[in-house]
Ligand binder design. Structure first.
Ligand code: GLU
Length: 465
């Protein structure tokens, strides 16, 4: 059986985008499906101007947080530049590449003619290859690959199926720039080859690059990997998913209090669905046993934040994720403070509200109600007479509850309502307002439980009528 070697190769020119995280995830799932398979992480940092250490950290942190594991240390592409140049010079030597000194102006004129259809060949330089003087220069040139002007290539893509491109469509692209730096097109192939990568899973924005990159493999007599080009994800308006649609930086989603399991669930259902399943909840181990890369749809899928919220709400309510909530609190300055003030109370808030929230960050505003000191001030709202008549008696009932337990409080309230022959909202609404400054919210018994007896009574006593 083939020992699959795959890789995720982000450029650290931006934060880890949710779409790239999906590519990484699919690589990881694929690797987990074959016991001997390997997944490498390669940081493609040859664009020195746009690459930063901060983006690199963001990418690695995002992958770690999502639970994606790779083999060995991350590969740093810029450390291999000499090797990339060596391959380019090798191609020169075997006459599969040539030196070119065309000026930008000359190329612009030529490009225009190609674009308007005046010239049918895509060859951008037509004179340098046969010019002996140019070919014997020892600096001041770019290195271009030679692409045959006839024939065609059919890529048998695992996801896209057969994709065909005529060689006349491909220009003699640059391998090494005038400043002696290798281009992405060269570096990516050399590194993949040297790492033994034989299965490339990447975004379909690179599909066209295959028809260029394959010539480097071919000229070098290297084995061409298998390819699976994943369709991009779109926002609900059908355009490429971007900030306009919502958070797209994986770390921003983490800071908002989304869980890796919800993100994984949401991402994997874009263009794939498990068989024989009556709901859409699926966790990583099940995905690994059921996912088939070849059944991934080849059309773009829509990323829905509403769906993500639905999955997140499901996962954050699961018992094992109480620990995740605590970790989140530690990472958020407000919740960290509340955690140290009264951890049990914060957890009581979470337990009461978790069914209604879609991400942990919503607990910040909710818990302010329960941790704020404002409640020691007088309460200005005046309630109706039917409440005012019973309030003192109700306060007595609450003061007299000895065991502060949910069922006992709930029963006392029920009996009080019955005894006074009132409808629940007559009591419930004003009491909720006294306790939380809001007429709506959880049951007043839940609120009493969150606050505890002492604080509940303090808040009730603010009412002066
Ligand atoms: N570094 C490229 C990018 O971030 C990926 C290259 C590839 O997967 O071939 O888009």
């Amino acid at each position: 059986m083939t020992k699959y070697i795959t890789r995720f190769a982000p450029s650290p020119t931006g934060n880890l985008h949710i779409g790239s995280a999906r590519t990484a995830l699919i690589n990881y799932i694929f690797k987990c499906q074959y016991p001997d398979a390997k997944l490498y992480l390669r940081i493609e940092d040859t664009d020195k101007i746009r690459s930063t250490e901060e983006f690199k950290k963001n990418i690695i942190n995002g992958l770690n947080w999502l639970g994606i594991e790779w083999d060995n240390e991350p590969q740093i592409q810029s450390l291999n530049i000499n090797r990339h140049l060596e391959v380019a010079h090798n191609l020169l030597k075997i006459k599969k590449a040539y030196k070119c000194i065309c000026t930008e102006d000359q190329l612009t004129v030529r490009r225009k003619k190609i674009n308007t259809g005046e010239i049918s060949s895509k060859k951008i330089c037509i004179s340098c290859e046969t010019d002996n003087e140019v070919q014997s220069l020892d600096k001041g040139y770019v290195i271009r690959i030679k692409i045959p002007s006839t024939g065609k290539e059919i890529l048998k893509d695992v996801i896209q199926g057969d994709v065909e491109v005529n060689n006349t469509e491909i220009d003699d692209f640059v391998l090494v720039r005038r400043d002696n730096t290798p281009t992405y097109m060269l570096s990516v192939v050399v590194d993949d080859h040297d790492l033994g990568v034989n299965f490339i899973i990447r975004g379909d924005d690179h599909l066209n690059n295959y028809f260029r990159q394959k010539f480097i493999y071919q000229h070098m007599n290297w084995e061409i990997p298998q390819y699976a080009h994943i369709p991009l994800i779109h926002g609900e308006d059908g355009t490429k998913l971007s900030k306009r649609h919502g958070a797209v930086n994986l770390i921003d989603l983490k800071n908002d209090g989304y869980l890796p399991s919800a993100i994984i669930n949401n991402l994997i259902l874009l263009g794939w669905s498990p068989k024989n399943q009556d709901n859409e909840i699926i966790e990583l181990n099940n995905i690994i046993s059921q996912f088939e890369i070849k059944s991934l749809s080849k059309s773009a899928s829509i990323f829905s934040y509403k769906k993500l919220d639905f999955f997140n709400n499901y996962f954050l309510r699961l018992e094992p994720n109480r620990k995740t909530f605590e970790d989140y609190c530690i990472s958020n300055s407000t919740l960290k403070e509340y955690l140290s003030l009264d951890k049990e109370k914060l957890f009581r808030v979470f337990d009461v509200y978790k069914k209604d929230i879609s991400k942990y960050i919503e607990i910040v505003n909710i818990s302010k109600i329960y941790f704020s000191n404002d409640y020691s001030k007088n309460h200005d709202e005046k309630f109706q007479d039917d409440f005012n008549h019973i309030f003192s008696e109700f306060l007595e009932v609450i003061i007299n509850i000895n065991k502060w337990e949910y069922d006992i409080i709930s029963l006392e309230i029920k009996e009080f309502i019955k005894k006074n022959n009132i409808k629940f909202p007559v009591l419930g609404k004003p009491v909720r307002h006294l306790l939380t400054n809001n007429y709506n919210g959880p049951s007043i018994t839940d609120i009493f439980m969150i606050l505890g007896k002492k604080e509940s009574i303090e808040r009730l006593k603010r009412y002066k009528f």
